[in-house]
Design a protein around this ligand. Structure first.
Ligand SMILES: [Zn+2]
Length: 203
């Protein structure tokens, strides 16, 4: 159930109706209702962008990331300000990499895969399945992007990007991931409580 929701939440353009997990009638109005409860602005606007394609929300996400990236850079460089054009470019590259890119084929965008693990007890010889972060995309659900591509999106050359801005950009990626996690957890909780009202026996 939780995994079903997660696979649906990975990217905009995801086909809600064909995803596994038992919720076959999830649509945008369900998501909009679930978003009406307290989320951070980042998580809320990420939801509005990923599910409804709101360009206004994408712009708000970009502005929030610009602030995160600029502050991280300023701290790292002991007060040196990042040019605002660079900060916006890096923010754009984060959004493109983490939301607009193609879904990872290995995990279908969920960021998680089942792997076979050897049972530790000899008495129960054989393998069991375990859910783990997708090794191909590192758990982000999208195909990874080269530093060259990241730099190009940010309007920088790869060398400048690597030398000066990699850490600040990574702060932007972490902020985006935190919003996405918050959004997923929030929606999972909302939809699970909906399920429980329909089926009191499930635990
Ligand atoms: Zn993957």
């Amino acid at each position: 159930m939780g995994l079903g929701i997660m696979s649906k939440l990975s990217l905009h353009g995801t086909d809600f109706k064909s995803a596994p997990g038992g919720v076959t009638d999830l649509d945008w109005s369900d998501v909009a209702a679930a978003l009406a409860y307290g989320l951070s602005p980042g998580a809320e606007h990420l939801g509005l962008y990923l599910f409804a394609g709101h360009e206004d929300s994408r712009n708000i996400i970009l502005r929030l990331l610009t602030v995160v990236i600029s502050k991280a850079y300023e701290t790292e460089m002991r007060g040196e300000a990042m040019p605002s054009k660079t900060a916006l470019g890096l923010a754009e590259s984060v959004v493109v990499e983490l939301s607009d890119r193609r879904r990872c084929k290995r995990c279908a965008g969920s960021g998680t895969v089942f792997v076979k693990v050897q049972r530790s007890e000899p008495a129960k010889a054989g393998t069991t399945k375990s859910l783990t972060a997708c090794p191909k995309c590192g758990g982000v659900g999208v195909e990874s992007m080269s530093t060259y591509q990241q730099a190009r999106l940010a309007g920088l050359n790869s060398m400048t990007m690597t030398r000066r801005y990699l850490n600040a950009r990574a702060s932007g990626c972490r902020a985006y991931s935190a919003w996405l996690t918050e959004l997923r957890d929030h929606l999972n909780a909302q939809f699970q409580s909906d399920d429980n009202t329909e089926d009191q026996t499930s635990h």
